[in-house]
Design a protein around this ligand. Sequence first.
Ligand code: SF4
Length: 422
Amino acid sequence: MKKTSIEVKVGDLIIGGNNPVVIQSMTNTDTCDTTATVAQIQRLVQQGCQLVRLTAADIEQAENLYNIKNELQRLGCNVPLVADIHFSPKAALISASVADKIRINPGNYVDRKWKPSFTESDYEDILNKAKENLLPLVDTCRKHNTAIRIGVNHGSLSERILFKYGNTPKAMAESAMEYLRLFNQMDFHNIVVSLKASQVRTMYQANKLLVDMMQKEDMYYPLHLGVTEAGDELQGRIKSICGIAPLLMQHIGSTIRVSLTEEPENEIPVAKSIASVCTDCPDKEVLYIAEKAYGLLENKISTLDKTNPSDKDILQALDIERYKAEFIACPSCGRTKYNIQEALSQVKQACSHLKSLKIAVMGCIVNGPGEMADADYGYIGAGDDTVNLYRGKTPVYTHVKQEDAVNKLIEIIKADGKWQEA
Ligand code: SF4
């Protein structure tokens, strides 16, 4: 950003300004399970995680944040906590009094009414209603010095925003700007913003657009960067580098999260190496990938040397060429009730050779179907060790046992005539 972002205080941590990039992650334990959650947070902090997010999907989970915070403090761990709110304004209010930051998604917070079309007066009414609903939250945040992240996700934009701007990077930036203007009207500025997508190019363009839009309205909020549902192993890492590092190199972004479908602790070394691109001692491998991705994203180069395996991975990560099937997989969180890491590995083993396909493996049916973007098939956790299988956005089988699910998925792909033997 031409002018440095403002500083936002989250617990003892400062995000933005000229401070180093803050590394964060998210737990995938049940937030009601204090022992498991505290142990995972400690492991994250040992790796160098500076800010930890937890799901606060309902009142019970929000209330248990007190126990988690108390136990961490008893153990001498003061890492700031972020509560991730989904649909419950009540859980948001409780969380805002204990967490150091709360994350709300404008797409599913107070804003979910479906209509076939929207008039200008509908927009005005909805925004007025949103402001009315946000006022008690802002009062609680002010009282407790709690920061707010406006966290827009490409896969969960509101119907209203989609109607006006389509499913585009601009829609993501506009979704954040609407809420930023509401918070400005309430004179609340303790805000961080994120625009995440599973497609690297969409995430990159949305963040660049948002910076321009904020500057035009004299706003300089720090940005949290991440490629969501990036998957695991090399693919997840390369996608994250390609999306996050070129923005950091342009001084866009003050805090980052690498989302991997692995144990959250694995995210921290990757995030640290990505953050190194804006220091004097960059990780050379990451810098190589970041510079190539920057060139492709800014149309300064049109292709890469395809004899080089890492260049092929960059082209796949930017959806320029496909060398294997594309997998979208969420990192899982407190909503996940099955072994998603094992599931992703099984699905990849069975389907990696189907290079024309995009397959999503998601942790829960609450957000999974919306956030699996334009995947051809979806494998989504439905409950305790069961899975729903989707063709596009349509469920084909529900509550399939995890042990049978890969074969059922193959059955659907075969029925569509898209299966090939490896
Ligand atoms: S899709 Fe994955 S990360 Fe998102 S809420 Fe569901 S389980 Fe959590």
